[in-house]
Design a binder for this molecule. Sequence first.
Ligand code: AMP
Ligand code: GLY
Length: 417
Amino acid sequence: MKVLVVGGGGREHAIIWKLKQSPKVTELYCAPGNGGIAEIATCVPIKATDVDAMVEYAKKEQFDLVFVAPDDPLALGMVDKMEAAGLRAFGPHANAAIVEASKAFSKELMKKYNIPTAKYQTFTNQDEALAYLETQDMPIVIKADGLALGKGVIIAQTLDEAKKAVVSMMSDGAFGTAGSTVVIEECMVGPELTILAFSDGKTVIPMISSRDHKRAYDHDEGLNTGGMGAVTPGANLSAEDDKVIYDSIIAPTIAALAAEGRPFKGVIYFGLMLTKDGPKVVEYNARFGDPECQAILPRMENDLMELIDACIDGTLDQVKLSWKPGCSCVVVMASGGYPEKYDKGYEITGIADCGHIVFQAGTALKDGKLVTSGGRVLCVYADGATMDEAIDSAYEGVKKISFEKMHYRTDIGRTLN
Ligand code: AMP
Ligand code: GLY
């Protein structure tokens, strides 16, 4: 099969690395890709959000499969448009990808189908939002409705902070049109957990659990980022806990979307909080998480193409997932200053000899050298029989890689609670 993967981050590197092992895949392309992906696939300089150019290119090259990995092209309907052009594509249609693209939609869905989540209200009028805040306990969570690169969420400790957040989103356009509708919700407390699952619209199969580390600095300090590291499993859950999550959240979500005429085919992301009242949904994403994907795929024993085919063809009920036992850890190495201002163009050394799987994100090839080109530069993967073994091994790899002004957290996986 000749396959095109849309995207260019660490997640896409991991997807391509895994697809490369599939006996069904003969040719791999990535658009736009990055410096690391270029070593194992042909990279094509088309922006992931340029839907029309991507469809034209895919038609011209007659790909057997187009895997749409990032949120923006999914929300823009890239899968629908590929199919309309007669191509086979993996990922949810726009009408299902809305679970990520609109928080107001997903909160409404959860309310209608009794899926546990934080209590909330949606507002399109700023005065009403401000008046509502006066009646609520603090802390409280303010969310921009649309896609905002994971940054459209503010946890306000005081009424003053909450009001400022509402005004910045609704009047000052801090997140553009993503903030013209806001969701204000109860602040939940508890450890967070990610569950990714394959879905063919009817059957849903969860993968091993994982846990992201979103803050920039150790001890969960600093700004929210796209993710500074991840581990699998994300929590020590009993079979009973797994069943509660499946029965109260995972299966009902897929059934709800099907009932609404929006069957979800692809990978769905459940961002959960394990509260004292049981597991609750923080958010849905319509895709593999990054960096959770990089921690999960190397442990997957199935051929990823087998799962993709089953999701598209509606035969997931005939598939069983199997996993390499133990634990895994990925540590993200970022450009100093990320997620705010940072410099690019620094040479990266040590990857080839580090003895670990390295998934690259913000890297580019320049005059034959690998250089930094983004905030999250790469991540180092390791697994082990225990969590400590996996973490120690990942950090051994990190120590062998270097570039100027690099920054990484030293406590990935160490602060699980
Ligand atoms: P989201 O973009 O919805 O995933 O939110 C980003 C992060 O904000 C989450 O990973 C949580 O850490 C935090 N968060 C979001 N909603 C809530 C909530 N209702 N209660 C507490 N924390 C939240
Ligand atoms: N790791 C969080 C996300 O991919 O949105």
